[in-house]
Design a protein around this ligand. Structure first.
Ligand code: HEC
Ligand code: HEC
Length: 357
């Protein structure tokens, strides 16, 4: 059973289209009512290993949804860097999210969470999907402790984590946030492993891509080399008139909105980017090649288009940039982006679904 699940996951990496099907049929076949946990808790980089362990179980707990079928892990799949390979995700009763599911790591919270940075940190975020109408659909968060009381494994888990088996909303929040904070990448991507040797581990193609990333392509102006993103926010000219206004839809305290923020989204991290297709807040681009072509020749002249994507060279007009990359340069940029995949992160047993065993 284990082998077939692994096979399923590795297939899903080869073909993202398979991912959802694999995951779903596997969940239907082998969901166990009791989580399988190590006798000594795994070591997490967290407030306590027991609290993070409880958070892990809750992350994969389908009982946190109104019809007991959806958990956080339904949309945030470890093998896909905690994204799900779909443009929009099916949550409760096949209602779909209006944005693409981003990957997650502990670093996600450094610059504000969600595509529009509207949540400040994991504690602020973790209960929102539970009560979100589309995602997990619980009407009153205060009914959750009673629901969990009926499951035999929680009294021990809460006791080990908090010294008392009493289940409270606040403990649920704390432990889920602790688990997300413990999702630390080991920084074993090919790019990071080569940092100490000036990236001499990269092949010629990847090195060419890195050069374009930092110079001709101007990518590192936003997706900085140290964090590969999560900087500020930008409008990258996907549309002339955005359906999803992004930060431009967030109301100020007096009910007004900021016109200049229309189409602005948080600059996402590019770590594990190979695994988190499709791309952008609305999952419009299926492949990294499509993304590169957007920056190369597809940028639209939105009034809020970021100045870093406008052409001001040689008395340039300020029109959208056109990078003029040839085929080889585009391929090398994609090859470089694939050196940012951290396989040890997506295979770490401390983060996987304890109900599938
Ligand atoms: C139905 C699919 C779905 C489910 C279920 C779901 N999420 Fe998400 N998640 C999303 C989508 C879509 C977004 C982006 C929403 C946005 O930006 O407005 C997101 C964003 C996030 C982010 C922000 C990542 C970032 O870098 O900004 C975190 C963290 C997260 N979810 C954690 C959770 C947790 C914890 C749960 C369970 C309590 C959960 N999610 C359940 C789809 C889902
Ligand atoms: C002006 C800042 C800026 C520059 C320069 C920039 N990006 Fe982006 N990038 C963003 C923002 C903002 C988003 C999210 C936009 C959205 O979803 O509407 C993004 C999204 C992406 C994504 C999709 C991420 C995901 O999780 O879906 C990839 C891949 C990407 N950029 C690669 C690049 C590459 C390669 C370059 C250079 C050719 C580049 N970016 C240049 C700001 C920038």
């Amino acid at each position: 059973m284990k082998t077939s699940f692994k096979l399923c996951l590795s297939l899903s990496i080869v073909s993202l289209a398979l991912a959802s099907g694999c995951q779903k049929s596997k969940i239907q076949n082998s969901v166990n009512r009791e989580p399988s946990l190590p006798s000594q808790p795994y070591a997490y980089n967290a407030v306590s290993d027991e609290i993070a362990t409880l958070g892990r179980v809750l992350f994969y707990e389908v009982q946190l949804s109104a019809n007991n079928t959806v958990s956080c892990g339904t949309c945030h799949i470890q093998a896909l860097g905690f994204s799900d390979g779909k443009q929009f995700s099916a949550g409760l009763a096949d209602r779909h999210t209006s944005r693409n599911t981003p990957g997650i790591t502990s670093e996600s919270q450094n610059f504000g969470l969600f595509w529009d940075s509207r949540a400040s940190d994991f504690e602020d975020l973790v209960l929102r999907p539970v009560t979100n109408h589309t995602e997990m659909g619980i009407l009153d968060i205060n009914t959750i402790p009673d629901k969990l009381k009926n499951l035999p494994y929680y009294s021990k888990l809460f006791d080990e984590a908090f010294g008392s088996s009493e289940i409270t909303v606040d403990k649920i929040r704390q432990s889920m946030a602790a688990f997300l904070s413990a999702l630390t990448r080991p920084q074993h991507s090919k790019f990071e492993q080569g940092r100490s040797s000036s990236n001499s581990n990269l092949n010629a193609m990847e090195l060419m891509g890195m050069e374009i990333f930092t110079n001709k392509g101007k990518c590192s102006q936003c997706h900085t080399l140290s964090s590969f993103g999560w900087g500020d926010a930008a409008n990258i000219g996907l549309e002339l008139d955005y359906t999803d206004k992004g930060m431009g839809a967030i109301e100020n305290a007096d009910g007004t909105i900021n016109e200049f923020a229309e189409g602005m989204f948080r600059i996402p991290s590019l770590f594990n980017i190979e695994l988190t297709a499709p791309y952008m807040h609305d999952g419009r681009f299926r492949t990294l090649e499509d993304v590169v072509e957007h920056y190369n020749s597809g940028i639209k002249n939105h009034k809020n288009l970021d100045w870093r994507l406008r052409d001001f060279t040689n008395n340039g007009s300020g029109n959208p940039q056109s990078l003029g990359l040839n085929d080889m340069e585009k391929k090398s940029l994609v090859a470089f982006l694939k050196t940012l995949t951290d396989w040890d992160y997506v295979n770490d047993p401390r983060f996987n679904n304890p109900f599938i065993h």
